[in-house]
Structures are given as structure tokens and as C-alpha cells.
Design a protein around this ligand. Structure first.
Ligand SMILES: Cc1cc2nc3c(=O)[nH]c(=O)nc-3n(C[C@H](O)[C@H](O)[C@H](O)COP(=O)(O)O)c2cc1C
Ligand SMILES: C=C(O[C@@H]1CC(C(=O)O)=C[C@@H](OP(=O)(O)O)[C@H]1O)C(=O)O
Length: 387
């Protein structure tokens, strides 16, 4: 089992993630994690913070000579904005006796009001600092390690944007392969379809001009999965259920689909399932389509894993238009303006890859065990040989 926990606030000193349950002997470097974190910062439509937040990280424990020791891995990510000026020191850590003006104009669609009510706060900052998706930087650091653990099993995970606002990649358009990940990454919106990419960029520009925000849909693809991750025997061991929970936990994700989930609901059974055949050359079973998205009965089938995540348009708007209430006075007003992303759909895709990788790595560890990477891989290969 793989467990991980993040800590830290958006404008505090930094974030920390501790990952427990990794086998020994996994190669992990700062550069490797930094590269993944850099992917998360990219994407047309991101706000000014991404240009100067550097994701400076340190491996605090669990690694020696660039390899895991089997002990908990601890990673620290400094918020470089904290070290650039005193602004956030004053906001996050005011001198004794000094009180900052509380934020009381709560944003519809953000965590402000529900969090204040739940925890008894009178300042929305006490909520938004942790609700903020800055926290996903720490998840991506953990996800890099999960991807590294899956790689020796032949598993590769990537994501691409299939919808930005109302612009959608045409149905049936080819999907990227692991070899084409660079092309997806280099696209300003992480989209594989060139025409749709141009339309998406135009949509973001138009939206930014109006001070509005955009949501969209990403598709995460898992290549080379072993058969049998997850299980049909318990509700909380089903792989599709675990993936949905993990991806839904990402800030602003409001819908998760496995394979063609929603489309399939409107078809007849004869058109809704992936026919099975026997490939005598490869000596393995094949599904001829990916409607089920690579899981049956809560278990991976070994086919392409397809998980889609729908993100709502961001709640903070550059032009305040949403009606709200000041929690101190109960007076009606409009949602306050802060610097914000116009869209974070491409970044969310990298976080969604991370969440999928963490679920798969955890389930692979549960199935194949092993205290060292070599043992883990040996066990996986021995299982595959029985199929
Ligand atoms: C990568 C990423 C960046 C985000 N950036 C912003 C942002 O700049 N402004 C904003 O209002 N929401 C942003 N969000 C979404 C909020 O964090 C989220 O809506 C909020 O925490 C409330 O959670 P919920 O939408 O899941 O209910 C971002 C989400 C992600 C995944
Ligand atoms: C800092 C990140 O995302 C932030 C997520 C976020 C939110 O409300 O979720 C709001 C913005 O923060 P700020 O108000 O400081 O500009 C984003 O920049 C990040 O992804 O690293």
C-alpha cells in the first residue's frame, strides 16, 4: 500500500509531502520531480503567479545516492513568493497583537463560505489558503514517484485536453501515444489536435478579455497496465471507484468518466461493450474497443485505461460579476477580485495524471508487494507469466 499526505498553505513558506510504502531501490532525483512540476505550471490561461513561483524542492528523507531506502520519502517544496517579499509574511504570520483586515466577501464556487461556516472562521483566508490548488504541486511531486514505480512494469501515463470551454476535440480524433507526449506538452493547451488547439487559444483569449474564466475536460490515458489491479470483491477496492474518488478530489473537478461512461449509457447493450478476442500471436486476450476505459468489475483489464475529468470554470473572476454577501455585514455585493488563472484545465491534466498514477502504483504495490523494486518487478512478471 502507498500512503501520502500533503501539508502547507498556498501563501505560506511552502508545502511538504510524505510518501510511505515505497520499495527500496527506486531511482528518484530532484530534477525528475522538478520536470513534472514544471509541466504542471505550464498552459495558456494561467495567472501571473506561475511566472515567478519556482517550485524549489528538497528531498528531506527516504533517499540516499538517488535511490529510495524503503523508509518514508519526504519532499519539501518552498513557495518562492514567500522569500521574495514580506507581503505574505504579514498576511500569514502577522506580528503579535496585529490583525490583518479579514476577507469577508466570499466567492461563490470557491471553498470560502462553506469552510468559514464549518470551522467557525471570520476570515475567508483561513479557508482559501488550504483550499487553493497550490497544494497540487505537492501531489505532483508524489505522483512523479508513483510514475517512476510504474515505469519498470511498462506503464506510462499521459493526459491531453479534449475540451476547453465550448471547444471540443472532434469525436474519433486520434489519441496521443506515449512517444508523442512532447508534442502534447509543447502545445500551449496540452491538446493533441492542432485545429482544436488554435480554437482553444482563441477561446481563452476572448474569455480573458472579458475578465471571465473557463473550464474544460481532460483525458488521462494509462498505457501498458497489468491485468488485475483493483478487485471486484469490495466496494472500496474497485479500481474505477478509486480512480473516480482520486480524480474528483482535485480542486474544481466536478465530473469523472471512465471510458465512454456517459455516452454508453444511451446505447443498447449490443453496442456498449468491448468484444473480447484471442490474439494467438501475442498469446493474450484483446478487447477490440475501449468503451469500458480499461476496467471491468473494478479490475484493470490490461487494455488502455481512459479516465476523463471535467473541470468547472474557476470561481475567481478578473471582472467581479457574481453576486455574493459580505459575511461581516450581510450586505449584498459582488465577488472580490484577486489575481487568478483564466483557466487551469491544462495544469489540471497533469494533476489528474498524478492522481491516476498514485492509485495505480498503490494497487500495483498491493498486488505485487516486494520490499525492493527488483522484487516488485519480479513478482509482477511472474504473475503476467501465469495469464
Ligand atoms: C491547477 C489548478 C489551478 C486553479 N487555479 C484557480 C484560480 O486561479 N482561481 C480560482 O478561483 N480557482 C482555481 N482553482 C480551483 C479552486 O482551487 C477550487 O475551485 C476551490 O478550491 C474549491 O473547490 P471545488 O471547486 O472543488 O469545490 C484551481 C484548480 C486547479 C486544479
Ligand atoms: C499557486 C497555484 O495555483 C493557484 C490556485 C488558486 C486557487 O484558488 O486554487 C489561485 C491562484 O493563486 P493566487 O491567488 O496566489 O494567484 C493560483 O495561482 C499553483 O497551482 O501553484
Amino acid at each position: 500500500m502507498l500512503r501520502y499526505l500533503t501539508a502547507g498553505e498556498s501563501h505560506g513558506q511552502g508545502l511538504v509531502v510524505v510518501i510511505e510504502g515505497l520499495p527500496a531501490g527506486l531511482e528518484i532525483t530532484v530534477e525528475q520531480i522538478q520536470a513534472e512540476m514544471g509541466r504542471r505550471r505550464l498552459g495558456f490561461g494561467r495567472g501571473p503567479r506561475q511566472r515567478f513561483e519556482v517550485d524549489e524542492l528538497t528531498l528531506i528523507g527516504g533517499v540516499r545516492h538517488g535511490r529510495t531506502l524503503g523508509s518514508p520519502l519526504a519532499i519539501e517544496i518552498k513557495n518562492t513568493e514567500w522569500f521574495r517579499s514580506d507581503k505574505w509574511h504579514e498576511e500569514m504570520d502577522p506580528a503579535p497583537g496585529e490583525t490583518k483586515a479579514p476577507l469577508t466577501q466570499v466567492r461563490p464556487g470557491h471553498a470560502d463560505l462553506a469552510g468559514m461556516q464549518k470551522y467557525g472562521f471570520t476570515d475567508a483566508r483561513d479557508v482559501l489558503e488550504r483550499a487553493s490548488a497550490r497544494e497540487t504541486a505537492a501531489r505532483v511531486a508524489a505522483g512523479t514517484v508513483a510514475k517512476a514505480l510504474l515505469r519498470p512494469l511498462g506503464v506510462e501515463i499521459l493526459s491531453h485536453v479534449i475540451q476547453m470551454g465550448s471547444v471540443r476535440v472532434p469525436d474519433g480524433a486520434p489519441r496521443p501515444t506515449p512517444e508523442q507526449i512532447d508534442r502534447v506538452d509543447e502545445s500551449q493547451v496540452r491538446c493533441f489536435d492542432l485545429e482544436a488547439t488554435d480554437d482553444m487559444i482563441a477561446e481563452i483569449k476572448a474569455c480573458a478579455k472579458e475578465g471571465d474564466s473557463l473550464g474544460g475536460v481532460v483525458e488521462v490515458l494509462g498505457f501498458g497496465l497489468p491485468v488485475g489491479l483493483g478487485s471486484h470483491v469490495h466496494w472500496d477496492r474497485k479500481l474505477d471507484g478509486m480512480l473516480a474518488q482520486a480524480v474528483m478530489s482535485i480542486q474544481a473537478v466536478k465530473g469523472v468518466e471512465i471510458g465512454d461512461g456517459f455516452d454508453v449509457a444511451g446505447r443498447r447493450g449490443s453496442q456498449a461493450h468491448d468484444p473480447i478476442s484471442w490474439d494467438s500471436d501475442a498469446q493474450k486476450y484483446r478487447r477490440e474497443s475501449t468503451l469500458a476505459g480499461g476496467t471491468e468489475g473494478g479490475m484493470s483489464t490490461g487494455e488502455l485505461l481512459v479516465v476523463r475529468a471535467a473541470m468547472k470554470p474557476l470561481a475567481t473572476l478578473n471582472k467581479p460579476t457574481l453576486a455574493t454577501v459580505d459575511t461581516a455585514t450581510k450586505e449584498a455585493g459582488v465577488s472580490f477580485k484577486e489575481r487568478t488563472d483564466v483557466t487551469a484545465v491544462p495544469a489540471m491534466g497533469v494533476v489528474a495524471e498524478t492522481m491516476v498514477a498514485l492509485v495505480l502504483a498503490g494497487e500495483a504495490q498491493r498486488k505485487f508487494g516486494g520490499d525492493s523494486v527488483d522484487e516488485f518487478v519480479r513478482n509482477a512478471e511472474a504473475f503476467a507469466a501465469t495469464l
